[in-house]
Design a protein around this ligand. Sequence first.
Ligand code: SAJ
Length: 440
Amino acid sequence: MNFKKICVIGLGYIGLPTASTFAARGVKVLGVDNNPRIVETLSKGEIHIHEPGLRDIVKAALASGNFSVSTKPEEADAFLIAVPTPFQENKFGEYNGVTYKLADMRAVISAAESITPFLRKGNLVVLESTSPPRTTMDLVAPILARSGLQAGRDFHLAYSPERVLPGQILRELIENARVIGGVTPESAQAGHDLYKIFVKGEIVKTDATTAEMVKLMENTYRDVNIAIANEFSRLADKFGVDVWEAISIANLHPRVKILSPGPGVGGHCISVDPWFFVETAPELTPLIYHARKVNDAQPHFVVELVQRALGSLKNKKIAALGLAYKPDVDDLRESPANEVALLLQEEGAQVKAWEPFKPDANLPGIDMASSLEDAIKDADAIILLVKHTEFINFKPEEIVKKTKARVAIDTVNGWNDEAWKNAGFELFRLGVNKSQIGNQ
Ligand code: SAJ
């Protein structure tokens, strides 16, 4: 198939990089977002999200005339849907006493509805949003059928998940392998032809439901593996073992690769996607469900560690370093660090948070510091919640001059015991219970 013009619905973390990458390859791209503020920001050449290199490629795409933005779709050769699929806020599912979260598919529904009037014979529609299994067949195809055209017969329909890592989106978009699941083999081939325009990684063709399941399997696999690492951190704490040492030794085994424990699992993917399996098959997913529960409970384990370090938290001043959901990104969605800060406050602590990637973040109930110095100056303890490179590079002998705190708490294995001890701090580390160590 030949693609002269494509329409990308949803200009967020995935839609915007995808749209501008296509435009950079000479395809005419109309980027569509139903939020007029986003469209206005982009038309001024500004961008509303932080991702290395994105500003430049968007600017170049707009300047080339290949990329334009609007709140409404137009006729095109292909339509890509890259809209969010978060949880429903107030509705939960229940199975055998187990409560689970439900996907909010409203954005996918309205994106498909917005395309329907512009759909023509021979077009290709691709859903990229992470979705519960069978969404392409059972939700999207029937909506598009309201055009009078049938998926697989009159137009091509496929599911192709994004698999890029925030912070490296532009590179991974091009280099990663891509899966295209068509509602027919011809639809998969049409999707292949489209992404071939910029994808250098392998493009694998399959059916739509397999592609949906592959996406959820990848993130669920990671979630379950992080859950076992987090559970190991609790066991190590109980048995007086340094979990980080134990993991590094276990990982010398050629078939073992234990991930890192931490304050929990955040972001809009790994902490969300496993629920799409639970929602659609609660009777088949006890492991996936419990892994989610383990990871969601990890912030409570961090609070216990802080209590061990400080005793009662009432009126204790705590400097929380990092609020992002993972290192070196500005994304605060579903962040376990945020959860830890709120839980510490529930215990009576006064938390001041410093997030260098988003210093002016406005999070309910969180007191943001204006600088590192402001956060740590009067603190009783400093807690490291995100492994940002600049935090890891701290020189404790410099930090000690800027703070009253003599207690440091490391939830991500970012700081060196000796260095912090030599500078005059007592260092507490997640997964290491000093009172138990040597007590074996
Ligand atoms: N985390 C740990 N321990 C680890 C690794 C991660 O606690 O050993 C935590 C992180 O701190 C973070 C969370 O898990 O809070 C998720 O971080 P991540 O780097 O594992 O993943 P994401 O959410 O940024 O991106 C994932 C990726 N999926 C996989 O690696 C299977 C990415 O390739 C997907 O494109 C993305 O989800 C997505 O959009 O679905």
